[in-house]
Write a protein of this length. Structure first.
Ligand code: ZN
Length: 248
């Protein structure tokens, strides 16, 4: 392990342009449930539906009260705190050792930890929109209603306000995909952290980076389809970042 950790440090310090992709495993270190894992929320039933169904845009339009009633996806500021992965990535950015952090997480913890260059592939509740008239609302304006489990409504037209989280059946933000395309071509090192690389299109980003010659470092408890492409492979995210915390 120590030898591999030293190799990781050398890779990071020698990289011309490093980027990162983070997934649910990073959030679970902050105590946020992993809703894609086998024991995660998808195995629970709500209104006779899986969480995956509740997170589909058609169900949201018909029953926004299911989504808000779960009180899981919109959380008050401060309920969850950034962990060592978030804080070390932010410090690496400050020291010009890390470029863009792409995340599949919707919890905004990278931003809260101080990372500036964050691309939220699946969006977040930082911004919210009325489904009827399109009016935009910042997080602060919906948080109270949403965190009580109620459906926030547009003061202008009474329409349902939806967080700018990418629901199933919705397309990912084009700007985010363009950035991903650009950065995976440009980087020479990509850290893949806490994701099993099964959800597209994020899962294809490390593959694209590798195809363009970047080295991959994969840190994930479970196997991933790209393990054989990895220059370094770790399973313990916390241990790796506690090491980096002391050495970067
Ligand atoms: Zn409206």
């Amino acid at each position: 392990m120590q030898e591999k950790l030293d190799q990781l440090l050398a890779l990071l310090k020698g990289a011309r342009h490093a980027i990162a992709l983070t997934g649910a495993g990073v959030s679970t270190l902050s105590g946020i449930p992993d809703f894609r894992s086998a024991n995660g929320l998808y195995s629970q039933d709500w209104h006779g539906m899986s969480v995956e169904e509740i997170l589909s845009i058609d169900v949201f339009r018909a029953h926004p009260e299911y989504f808000y009633g779960m009180k899981i996806f919109v959380q008050p500021e401060g309920k969850y705190q950034p962990n060592v992965v978030h804080t070390v990535l932010a410090r690496m950015e400050e020291k010009h050792l890390m470029g863009t952090v792409f995340t599949q997480n919707i919890d905004r913890l990278h931003t809260l930890a101080g990372s500036k260059d964050v691309v939220e592939l699946h969006g977040s509740a930082s911004t919210n929109h009325c489904l009827k008239c399109g009016a935009a609302y910042p997080f602060a304006q919906i948080v109270e209603t949403a965190c009580q489990g109620n459906v926030p409504r547009c003061p202008k037209c009474g329409g349902v306000i939806k967080p700018d989280i990418v629901f199933y059946g919705e397309n990912l933000d084009e700007n985010a995909l363009d950035r991903a395309d650009e950065e995976t071509r440009r980087c020479d090192l990509m850290l893949v952290l806490g994701t099993s690389l099964v959800v597209q299109p994020a899962a294809s980003l490390p593959f694209m980076a590798a195809r363009h010659g970047a080295k991959l470092v994969i840190v994930n408890a479970q196997p991933t389809p790209l393990d054989s492409y990895a220059a370094l492979r770790f399973t313990d995210l916390k241990a790796v970042f506690e090491f980096l915390d002391k050495n970067i």
